[in-house]
Write a protein that binds this ligand. Structure first.
Ligand code: SF4
Length: 94
């Protein structure tokens, strides 16, 4: 995957980024049954195979850009957010 900066993401999709935190209400993972289904957003490792379920779920989440921007801006260092692993988000910050 090509590395893109957060500035380029927000420039290309400004209408997809909410102005406030209301996006959290639309989060696909909000109503996930973690007890029954486990936590695909925090796999045992961040290998491509381990992260694939969480990344795929994020791919179907309509607030993934808001989530990704929030994770990068808040420097969230663990888990998959907005379809990106922590390592991928670290590269976006550069
Ligand atoms: S993008 Fe992924 S982690 Fe973020 S709210 Fe959606 S499902 Fe949850």
């Amino acid at each position: 995957m090509a590395t893109r900066s957060m500035a380029s993401i927000t420039r290309q999709a400004p209408d997809m980024v909410a102005d406030d935190q209301d996006w959290r209400a639309e989060a696909l993972c909000k109503n996930w049954d973690f007890k029954k289904k486990g936590d695909p957003w925090h796999p045992a490792s961040e290998s491509r195979i381990a992260a694939i379920e969480g990344k795929n779920l994020c791919g179907g989440c309509k607030v993934r850009f808001d989530c990704l921007i929030d994770a990068v801006q808040s420097d969230t260092r663990y888990g998959i957010r907005g379809g990106q692993t922590a390592d991928e988000r670290r590269r976006l910050r550069k």
